[in-house]
Design a protein around this ligand. Structure first.
Ligand SMILES: [Zn+2]
Length: 130
Protein backbone atom coordinates (compact mmCIF):
# COMPACT_ATOMS: atom_id res chain seq x y z
CA UNK A 1 0.00 0.00 0.00
CA UNK A 2 1.37 3.41 -0.94
CA UNK A 3 1.47 6.29 1.57
CA UNK A 4 -0.98 8.08 -0.69
CA UNK A 5 -3.49 5.24 -0.47
CA UNK A 6 -3.00 5.09 3.27
CA UNK A 7 -3.67 8.81 3.50
CA UNK A 8 -6.90 8.36 1.53
CA UNK A 9 -8.08 5.65 3.94
CA UNK A 10 -7.13 7.84 6.86
CA UNK A 11 -9.28 10.68 5.54
CA UNK A 12 -12.14 8.28 4.92
CA UNK A 13 -11.86 6.90 8.45
CA UNK A 14 -11.71 10.35 9.98
CA UNK A 15 -14.84 11.36 8.10
CA UNK A 16 -16.59 8.18 9.21
CA UNK A 17 -15.50 8.76 12.77
CA UNK A 18 -16.86 12.31 12.76
CA UNK A 19 -20.11 11.13 11.26
CA UNK A 20 -20.61 8.21 13.65
CA UNK A 21 -19.46 9.85 16.85
CA UNK A 22 -21.24 13.11 16.11
CA UNK A 23 -24.50 11.40 15.45
CA UNK A 24 -26.77 11.22 18.45
CA UNK A 25 -27.97 7.71 19.21
CA UNK A 26 -31.15 6.96 17.37
CA UNK A 27 -34.09 8.03 19.44
CA UNK A 28 -36.13 5.24 20.89
CA UNK A 29 -39.77 6.21 21.05
CA UNK A 30 -41.42 5.27 24.34
CA UNK A 31 -44.61 3.27 24.13
CA UNK A 32 -47.52 5.56 23.65
CA UNK A 33 -49.41 6.61 26.74
CA UNK A 34 -51.65 9.07 24.96
CA UNK A 35 -54.78 9.49 27.13
CA UNK A 36 -57.00 9.93 24.12
CA UNK A 37 -56.13 6.45 22.96
CA UNK A 38 -56.53 4.53 26.19
CA UNK A 39 -58.49 1.37 25.52
CA UNK A 40 -57.98 1.99 21.86
CA UNK A 41 -55.95 0.08 19.37
CA UNK A 42 -54.30 -2.81 21.19
CA UNK A 43 -52.46 -3.90 18.10
CA UNK A 44 -50.17 -0.95 18.44
CA UNK A 45 -48.22 -2.32 21.37
CA UNK A 46 -46.39 -5.20 19.62
CA UNK A 47 -45.50 -2.87 16.78
CA UNK A 48 -43.97 -0.37 19.20
CA UNK A 49 -41.96 -3.14 20.82
CA UNK A 50 -40.74 -4.26 17.44
CA UNK A 51 -39.74 -0.73 16.50
CA UNK A 52 -37.80 -0.42 19.74
CA UNK A 53 -36.01 -3.66 19.08
CA UNK A 54 -35.06 -2.47 15.61
CA UNK A 55 -33.91 0.92 16.88
CA UNK A 56 -31.73 -0.57 19.59
CA UNK A 57 -30.17 -3.11 17.24
CA UNK A 58 -29.34 -0.24 14.88
CA UNK A 59 -27.68 1.58 17.76
CA UNK A 60 -25.59 -1.44 18.57
CA UNK A 61 -24.57 -1.80 14.97
CA UNK A 62 -23.47 1.83 14.76
CA UNK A 63 -21.41 1.38 17.90
CA UNK A 64 -19.71 -1.66 16.42
CA UNK A 65 -18.64 0.22 13.32
CA UNK A 66 -17.43 3.17 15.34
CA UNK A 67 -15.28 0.88 17.49
CA UNK A 68 -13.74 -0.61 14.36
CA UNK A 69 -13.14 2.84 12.88
CA UNK A 70 -11.34 3.86 16.07
CA UNK A 71 -9.32 0.66 15.97
CA UNK A 72 -8.34 1.22 12.33
CA UNK A 73 -7.31 4.81 13.08
CA UNK A 74 -5.16 3.49 15.92
CA UNK A 75 -3.49 1.04 13.55
CA UNK A 76 -2.75 3.78 11.03
CA UNK A 77 -1.14 5.82 13.76
CA UNK A 78 0.72 3.14 15.73
CA UNK A 79 1.52 0.52 13.14
CA UNK A 80 0.70 1.74 9.63
CA UNK A 81 2.16 -1.35 7.99
CA UNK A 82 -0.43 -3.58 9.61
CA UNK A 83 -3.28 -1.50 8.25
CA UNK A 84 -5.03 -3.29 5.39
CA UNK A 85 -3.81 -6.71 6.49
CA UNK A 86 -6.19 -9.41 7.59
CA UNK A 87 -5.92 -9.90 11.35
CA UNK A 88 -6.59 -13.58 10.95
CA UNK A 89 -4.32 -14.77 8.12
CA UNK A 90 -2.16 -11.68 7.50
CA UNK A 91 -3.06 -11.42 3.83
CA UNK A 92 -3.71 -8.05 2.28
CA UNK A 93 -7.36 -7.12 2.37
CA UNK A 94 -8.42 -6.46 -1.25
CA UNK A 95 -8.43 -2.78 -2.22
CA UNK A 96 -12.09 -2.83 -3.20
CA UNK A 97 -13.06 -4.16 0.20
CA UNK A 98 -10.94 -1.59 2.00
CA UNK A 99 -12.36 1.23 -0.06
CA UNK A 100 -15.87 0.15 0.84
CA UNK A 101 -14.95 -0.57 4.48
CA UNK A 102 -11.65 1.04 5.49
CA UNK A 103 -12.28 -0.34 8.97
CA UNK A 104 -12.36 -3.96 7.73
CA UNK A 105 -10.37 -6.24 10.03
CA UNK A 106 -10.42 -9.42 7.98
CA UNK A 107 -10.17 -10.53 4.39
CA UNK A 108 -13.32 -11.85 2.74
CA UNK A 109 -12.48 -15.49 3.41
CA UNK A 110 -11.75 -15.00 7.12
CA UNK A 111 -14.73 -12.71 7.61
CA UNK A 112 -16.90 -15.28 5.89
CA UNK A 113 -15.62 -17.95 8.24
CA UNK A 114 -16.57 -15.76 11.20
CA UNK A 115 -19.98 -14.47 10.09
CA UNK A 116 -21.05 -17.27 7.83
CA UNK A 117 -22.01 -20.33 9.85
CA UNK A 118 -23.47 -18.27 12.69
CA UNK A 119 -25.50 -16.00 10.42
CA UNK A 120 -26.70 -18.95 8.42
CA UNK A 121 -27.69 -20.86 11.54
CA UNK A 122 -29.69 -17.89 12.81
CA UNK A 123 -31.52 -17.55 9.53
CA UNK A 124 -32.26 -21.25 9.40
CA UNK A 125 -33.70 -21.17 12.89
CA UNK A 126 -36.03 -18.32 12.02
CA UNK A 127 -37.37 -19.93 8.86
CA UNK A 128 -37.79 -23.32 10.55
CA UNK A 129 -40.60 -21.84 12.57
CA UNK A 130 -42.84 -21.68 9.55
ZN1 LIG B 1 -7.76 -13.52 6.19
Amino acid sequence: MTPKQREAYLQQLLALHAELSGKAPQRIEPNRTDDARVGGDEDEQPLNEMMQAIASSRNRNTDGVLARVVKALGKLREDPDSFGECEECGDDIPTGRLQAMPYAEFCVACQGGKDGPKARATRRKLTDYT
